[in-house]
Ligand binder design. Structure first.
Ligand SMILES: C[S@@+](CC[C@H](N)C(=O)[O-])C[C@H]1O[C@@H](n2cnc3c(N)ncnc32)[C@H](O)[C@@H]1O
Length: 359
């Protein structure tokens, strides 16, 4: 890359970085530098990004691809953002590297013979597992799949994706987060990324492996208990700009299936029918607290992850992956929306000050 090209890209990144990071959901500069580095060191030739926004991450990826001679196919659902992203790409002189499609990625027709060697996921967090299921079979062995917001507060909305990574036999994963110091104070340099490398194509033919098989793949190690009191509380709750909601709950040990079903129904009844909801239920605070710790023994973790509850506008029925029996239960959605969609819970004795409700 010559100096002029480098300067053009740098100017465009400077321009974007003064826009509101919150309004545009942009990744941090440090996470962007890592994306560029990963594209370069992987020698990526064919990358795909879901959720380009106004182009901040797109430019970083494209910068790496400029060095490898690769191409990036980007998806952005919102028209104004897709336009802004294309303009940013053009101003940075990266039009030959990037194409941006304005479309909901879940509606996109993907050529079955298309292959990617780098996938970057940064769109609806509650849908991350759906994107994964579409793209994993198209990812080359040795290729990278990178999910953003793996360590920020938002990660509660993609807990099912992060838990799937813990159990997937064809992926090697690390969580990456950067910190910097100003004086004695440490600051996080970004929302963190789960960087996974595909080690084998073994499960490529299994349709929707992540969503459909997650429950079945996790060993049922425990006898379902009885008569637990179903007091429950949110350890963490996160609602995004689109109303997508992630909730992490800790319940008393070993709830029975009936109790859990009652709880699920009660939780889902408070949400609109077409909402995106991702609720994770643990029956042991330690397992919940170690959810992002890849060194925590997976057996212990999954022993205490009781269920994942999933509602999605595209699904006709609600899904409960009930781990003690390794089954996915399907529930009819209610016919109408609740009068008041707001949910209220008691407070947790385990809640740390940082683990309150976040909006
Ligand atoms: C967190 S922002 C992306 C920020 C961007 N990666 C950056 O760093 O500048 C998420 C973006 O994903 C888009 N999005 C959400 N769901 C989508 C989908 N199903 N298909 C395409 N884009 C989607 C949103 O419109 C939003 O602009």
């Amino acid at each position: 890359m010559n100096d002029d090209a480098q300067r053009g890209i740098g100017r465009e990144l400077d321009r974007l970085s003064v826009l509101s990071q919150d309004d545009n959901g942009m990744i941090s500069r440090e996470d962007g530098r890592l994306l560029k580095l990963l594209a370069e060191t992987r020698g990526a030739r064919s990358a795909i990004e879901i959720g380009c926004g106004v182009g901040f991450s797109t430019l970083h990826l494209a910068c790496g691809l400029l060095r490898t001679g690769g191409r990036l196919a980007g998806w952005e659902g919102v028209e104004t953002k897709a336009r802004d992203c294309r303009e940013a790409v053009a101003r940075a002189g990266l039009g030959g590297v990037v194409t941006v499609r304005q479309e909901d990625f879940l509606d996109a027709e993907l050529a079955p013979d298309q292959r990617y060697d780098l996938v970057f996921l940064d769109a609806m967090k509650t849908d991350t597992l759906l994107y994964f299921d579409r793209l994993m079979p198209l990812l080359e062995t040795g290729g990278l799949i990178i999910a953003h917001d793996a360590l920020g507060g938002e990660n509660v909305k993609m807990r099912d994706y992060l838990d799937m990574l813990k159990g997937h036999p064809c992926l090697d994963t690390v969580f990456v987060s950067s910190e910097y110091r100003v004086g004695a104070q440490a600051h996080r340099g970004g929302a963190g990324m789960a960087v996974s490398r595909k080690t084998s194509p073994e499960l490529d033919d299994v349709k929707s492996w992540g969503r459909r098989r997650a429950a079945a793949e996790i060993a049922a190690r425990r006898e379902p208990g009885t008569a637990a009191r179903m007091r429950h509380w949110p350890e963490l709750e996160y609602v995004d700009d689109y109303g997508g909601r992630g909730v992490l709950l800790v319940v008393p040990p070993a709830p029975s299936k009936d109790e859990l079903l009652l709880l699920c129904r009660a939780l889902l009844e408070t949400r609109p029918r077409d909402a995106s909801v991702n609720i994770h239920v643990y029956d042991e605070p330690d397992a919940a607290a170690n959810r992002d710790n890849f060194h925590y023994p997976a057996g212990e973790y999954f022993d205490h992850l009781v269920a994942q509850i999933f509602r999605h506008p595209r699904l006709d029925r609600d899904e409960i992956r009930y781990f003690p029996e390794g089954v996915t239960l399907l529930l009819e959605k209610p016919e109408t929306d609740p009068v008041s969609p707001s949910a209220r819970y008691g407070r947790s004795p385990h809640a740390s000050p940082a683990a309150g409700a976040a909006a």
